[in-house]
Ligand binder design. Structure first.
Ligand SMILES: Cc1cc2nc3c(=O)[nH]c(=O)nc-3n(C[C@H](O)[C@H](O)[C@H](O)COP(=O)(O)O)c2cc1C
Length: 174
């Protein structure tokens, strides 16, 4: 049986983590759009990783439907540097309690570089930024969001994949 890392990545952070994980485990790696539902039974173990955009993990609905009977490892890659409250929000926005108990979830810190954003997201973000800039009494959180617009953040680091590798090795599935 085969093992595979599937990923969806708009700006490259999730792709970087997926690549490191696949290399470390010697697993196959593929963009999720290139993977067909009919192939699921060919794989013993699957890791799916994706970025988070406006609270939502890309493709997560489809993944949870496809894998409702097969437990997989799922990781989200988002803008915060392992902030527990933000990770809880991502979990609540994207999974039910049952789904979280069935699959194994990990969070990997990405970062934000708004200069890379194009299209509809860019227009939406510009409106959001202007609204925040005009606010007179900004909260600490609003100030931090604005900082992100002016200075890109990047927390991507190979060390963050260690808990996933440890889980795979402990489960003896590598
Ligand atoms: C338009 C946009 C919306 C985002 N929304 C969120 C969000 O709601 N929560 C969060 O923690 N990070 C958010 N981020 C940060 C991304 O999740 C982060 O950049 C992640 O690393 C993206 O993964 P990728 O590089 O694989 O595309 C957002 C980034 C962009 C560009």
């Amino acid at each position: 049986m085969k093992n595979i890392v599937l990923y969806k990545s708009r700006y490259g952070n999730t792709f970087q983590y997926a690549t490191w994980i696949a290399e470390a485990l010697h697993w196959e790696i593929r963009e999720f759009s290139e993977f067909k539902k009919e192939e699921i039974n060919e794989y013993q173990n699957i890791i799916f990783g994706t970025g988070v955009y406006i609270g939502k993990m890309n493709q997560i609905k489809k993944v949870l439907k496809w894998f409702e009977d097969k437990s997989i490892i799922i990781f989200a890659c988002a803008g915060n540097n392992n902030v527990r409250e933000d990770i809880e929000v991502i979990k609540r926005n994207n999974f039910t309690e049952e789904q979280l108990a069935f699959h194994k979830f990990f969070y990997l810190p990405g970062g934000v570089d708004f200069s890379k954003v194009q299209g509809l997201f860019k227009s939406m973000l510009n409106v959001f930024r202007k609204v925040l800039e005009m606010k007179k009494n900004k909260t600490e959180e609003q100030k931090a969001i604005l900082e992100g617009f002016y200075h890109p953040t990047n927390y991507v680091d190979k060390k963050h994949i260690e808990p996933i590798l440890a889980f795979v090795q402990k489960s003896d599935i590598s």
